[in-house]
Design a protein around this ligand. Structure first.
Ligand SMILES: [Zn+2]
Length: 52
């Protein structure tokens, strides 16, 4: 069975998530990162789809 996960990459601060996350969690992390106060916005962040 092929599954997909996501890695969060922020082009503003260089943050890359260390874990592969399910889509729902990746989106939650994305919003948590934006709320983190480093001046990052959703436009800076890419969700990279990766095979698990
Ligand atoms: Zn960032």
């Amino acid at each position: 069975m092929v599954g997909w996960s996501y890695i969060i990459v922020c082009r503003n601060c260089g943050y890359i998530s260390t874990e592969k996350l399910p889509e729902k969690e990746a989106k939650a992390q994305l919003h948590a990162h934006v709320a983190g106060g480093k001046g990052c916005t959703t436009g800076h962040i890419d969700l990279m789809k990766v095979r698990t």
